[in-house]
Design a protein around this ligand. Structure first.
Ligand code: SF4
Length: 252
């Protein structure tokens, strides 16, 4: 796809509902299209739309091996509810192998490298077989996501990226979940509005930004799937370099 076509499509689809955007995307790119979910609320909304419409979209998650138990439970619930399979894309190294190669708790010392090994590289691998990648990011989630468009050419991964929820607010997400009785992570009710790997996710206090519990105490706000991590301690582990990839978050 040329940049001018991506631009024109982004303009044409900007005000269309996610159901229509996803149906268009499936029609255009299946079978070389997938949605990568990190089981956030937004991801559950997209799975609901894809599952109910039985769209020919491959579903996967970047299984770092460090999800909360509640996230693994939600994964099984969604598969049963919609009669779907959400494929586990695993890192090359098991957690024990990563520990032997890079030391204990790499996420404490170099979270960008840990995300690179456990999320970004596996995403590159899966995107190698795809033309288009659906993500659940929204513009209002983070400053860096503010300019996301419905259709984009992802320069780092060389794929078409489709963001059907970019225009939606948090209230839109909540409304959809309530109206369609979408299963969501039980931890949301316990003070975790945004959930990633357990070592890098903490409770959010009243009045804090919903993503304040992700990589708390660091300037890191992204795992490198949708944007290169913005941490001043970034070691530039290739996330800025052309790769071929979410988001959770996203992959969402
Ligand atoms: S979110 Fe944390 S534990 Fe998960 S891959 Fe990134 S640094 Fe590692």
């Amino acid at each position: 796809m040329k940049p001018t076509e991506a631009d024109a499509l982004a303009n044409r689809l900007e005000h269309r509902p996610p159901e229509e955007i996803l149906a268009w995307a499936a029609d255009r790119f299946a079978p070389a299209i997938a949605f990568g979910t990190g089981f956030g609320r937004e991801g559950c909304v997209l799975i609901d739309i894809i599952g109910r419409a039985k769209l020919p979209v491959r579903l996967f998650t970047l299984d770092t091996g460090l999800f909360f138990e509640e996230t693994y439970a939600l994964w099984r619930t969604l598969e049963a509810r919609y009669d779907i399979t959400i494929e586990a894309i695993k890192p090359e190294l098991t957690l024990d192998e990563q520990q032997r190669a890079y030391g204990d708790e790499l996420w404490q010392r170099d979270p960008d490298l840990c995300c690179q090994l456990r999320k970004v590289v596996p995403l590159q691998r899966v995107l190698g077989s795809l033309d288009a990648w659906i993500s659940a990011i929204r513009r209002s989630q983070t400053e860096i996501r503010r300019n996301a468009r419905v259709v984009e050419l992802e320069p780092r991964f060389g794929r078409v990226k489709i963001n059907p929820l970019v225009r939606w607010s948090n209230a839109d997400i909540e409304r959809y979940i309530a109206e369609h009785d979408v299963p969501v992570n039980a931890l949301h009710e316990q003070g975790y509005p945004s959930i990633g790997c357990w070592p890098c996710t903490s409770r959010v206090l009243a009045g804090e930004d919903p993503r304040a519990g992700r990589w708390r105490g660091r300037q890191k706000t992204e795992c490198g799937l949708h944007f290169a991590p913005a941490s001043p301690t970034t070691h530039h582990h290739d996330v800025d370099e052309p790769l071929v990839a979410d988001g959770t978050g996203g992959i969402s």
